[in-house]
Ligand binder design. Structure first.
Ligand code: AMP
Ligand code: MN
Ligand code: ZN
Length: 590
């Protein structure tokens, strides 16, 4: 079909009557956009309708006791499976969704759907690239760093009117980018993916009540004590030093922190400034960062949020920090200023300045891990929302509830490493903090009103927020047992050979991910790892067949993987329950 389409393109460029062609593309629709709009509407209403079906469990079992309901479910179920099966068939995927002989249950069907989605998305990706003029097979293969990174952001890099005579529709945006330069390459301090515990990055401690642990200068052999005692003292001190080294650097300050009295009084909510009238600054130089820090140190509160990327990095990367004051918004490039951001500790750990976050659990860890930043006097609006028992606790819900703003969360999962940052993403990022100080005012008023003016509930939110700021980043550590934890979540029982394969693949994936600084999901997604373990392919080609699309590192090291699978096949075969006991080292199950 591709060939014939090309031919007709050539014909059309001469004849100028391609209306028929258009209609053929999406029969019954004016253009692709009309079709996409209709399709999205249909999908949304189906999703909504399925959400109001009786929930699994008692409710569903009760309804099932009515024969009419049961029949309806079965006929609709068959219809759905039939449609899905047709779609899969159309895309050349395995499509025996309805074949009761070949499939045992929901899980297998689910796997089939996941696989097919992968195939369909990959195909869509390839076709879109082609439409964008990017031909995959013609890309030069050169080591990273030997060529200027070519940034292809599927739609943003195309100026309207330059390549397309008709402006592209607003409804169609791609949220992923290909060939984004690896920001890790520019980091001054190399990333430590070693299998060792995380050591806090802090070396200057502003607002300290207790100084940072110092290397002890006094050596035990200088003391006037017997050798055995000197040895003991030395051991004690070493242990103390080790404990201090891994402790939360602001543990003491947070333990001794109490909320200033005036923050427990009812505030007068201060309306946010309209976005259009608010100055926005993009900070990517040390000079501007220092100026920002000075500005923040003079305030009594500001709002903070982060954006993060986790697919092309082992530990994850903090890509952006958003800060809003009552008057201004700031977007800080935390990739560019990664080694400098620690200077914000002066404001971040100042107990007289409130830092407002929404759902800071991850943010607190990312701040420590990448930037060496800590927060003293945190107020988390997510904790406030919980205490107020609001219907939902997401930021978009608070925005709607207090500001009547419809948040567009489409960019949440965008690739935040992209530079220069497209304006749409900048606008999205700033709106995550722009309204937060006003929300902070509103929830404080409500927390006091809710409790008849007594500060108890508000105080409890501050305590919960403090617990969040006390969270410590813990690096993922590989142990001989790590694979079992993941395998249990797969809810499939494996025999000895399969479990051995899973263990070996898990170790291979972890090692490679650390070495190449990629996520384990990029190296080998868990569902593919399970599939290889279950099928134990005899040939390298069989391993490739378990993966769709094939991850680049799997393709590169398929022979290595083949050896691991062979090694697993040499294990004596035991039933799954025995296998579990053997490989579990006698530990009890989940
Ligand atoms: P937010 O606090 O909503 O701005 O989210 C911060 C970061 O968390 C985003 O940049 C994403 O990397 C990650 N994130 C947020 N929501 C999700 C989600 N539903 N699934 C995966 N990652 C998410
Ligand atoms: Mn956030
Ligand atoms: Zn955000």
């Amino acid at each position: 079909t591709m060939k014939s389409a090309n031919k007709s393109d050539i014909k059309d460029s001469n004849t100028d009557t391609n209306d028929d062609e258009k209609e053929e593309l999406c029969p019954g629709f004016k253009d692709v956009d009309a079709f996409v709009k209709y399709g999205l509407g249909a999908v949304l209403s189906a999703t909504k309708a399925s959400a109001v079906l009786p929930q699994a469990g008692d409710e569903y079992d009760f309804y099932r006791s009515f024969p009419g309901f049961q029949e309806f479910c079965e006929s609709q179920g068959d219809k759905l499976l039939h449609s899905m099966s047709q779609i899969m068939h159309h895309h050349g995927c395995r499509s025996h969704m309805r074949d009761r002989n070949k499939l045992t249950g929901l899980e297998e069907r689910f796997d089939l759907v996941v696989d097919s989605n992968d195939v369909i998305l990959e195909r869509a990706g390839i076709l879109l690239d082609e439409a964008d003029g990017l031909n995959r097979s013609q890309q030069p293969v050169m080591p990273v760093g030997f060529q200027p990174p070519k940034i292809v952001v599927s739609s943003w890099n195309r100026k309207v009117g330059e390549l397309t005579p008709i402006p592209r529709s607003e409804t169609f945006r791609l949220l992923h980018a290909k060939n984004v330069a690896r920001p890790q390459l520019k980091f001054k301090e190399k990333i430590d993916n070693s299998n060792t515990p995380f050591v806090p990055k802090i070396f200057i401690k502003p607002n300290a009540l207790k100084p940072l642990p110092q290397m002890r200068k006094e050596r035990p052999e200088d003391l006037d004590v017997p050798a055995a005692l000197a040895d003991f003292i030395h051991q004690q001190r070493t242990q103390e030093h080790v404990d201090d080294m891994f402790a939360h650097p602001y543990q003491y300050e947070l333990d001794h922190f109490s909320v200033p009295e005036k923050l427990l009084l009812k505030p007068e909510p201060q309306m946010y400034k309209p976005l259009a009238e608010t100055k926005l600054s993009y900070i990517d130089t040390l000079e501007d960062l220092v100026a920002l820090n000075e500005k923040l140190c003079k305030l009594s509160e500001f709002a903070v949020d982060l954006e993060h990327h986790s697919y092309r990095s082992f530990l994850g990367l903090t890509c952006l920090m958003q800060i809003s004051t009552r008057d201004e918004d700031f977007i800080i490039d935390t990739l560019e200023l990664r080694s400098e951001l620690y200077i914000l500790n002066e404001a971040f750990t100042d107990p007289s300045i409130v830092k407002v976050f929404h759902g800071a659990d991850s943010d607190v860890e990312w701040l420590q891990r990448d930037l060496g930043l800590y927060v003293v006097n945190l107020f988390d609006t997510h904790q406030a929302s919980r205490a107020l028992n609001l219907a939902r606790h997401s930021l978009d819900h608070l925005l709607k509830h207090f500001c009547n703003v419809d948040a567009d969360k489409r960019y949440q999962l965008a690739d935040w490493r992209i530079r220069p940052l497209p304006d749409e993403m900048v606008q999205y990022a700033r709106s995550d903090t722009h309204y937060l100080l006003y929300i902070y005012d509103c929830v404080r008023v409500q927390l006091l009103d809710f409790n008849h003016g007594q500060p108890g509930l508000l105080q409890s939110v501050w305590n919960k927020s403090k617990d969040v700021s006390l969270k410590k980043y813990v690096k993922p550590i590989f142990t001989e047992e790590s694979y079992l934890e993941l395998q249990r979540k797969q809810k499939k029982s494996l025999n000895t050979q399969q479990l051995t394969a899973f263990r070996l693949l898990f170790a291979w994936r972890d090692k490679l991910a650390r070495q190449e600084d990629e996520s384990t999901g990029y190296v080998l997604p868990t569902h593919m790892m399970s599939k290889i373990s279950e099928e134990l392919p005899k040939e390298p080609q069989g391993i490739i067949a378990c993966c769709n699309p094939v991850p680049p590192l799997v393709r590169q090291q398929v022979n290595e993987l083949h050896l691991l699978v062979q090694q697993a096949r040499e294990m004596p075969l035991l039933k799954s329950s025995e296998a579990g006991l053997r490989q579990n080292h006698g530990c009890s199950g989940p």
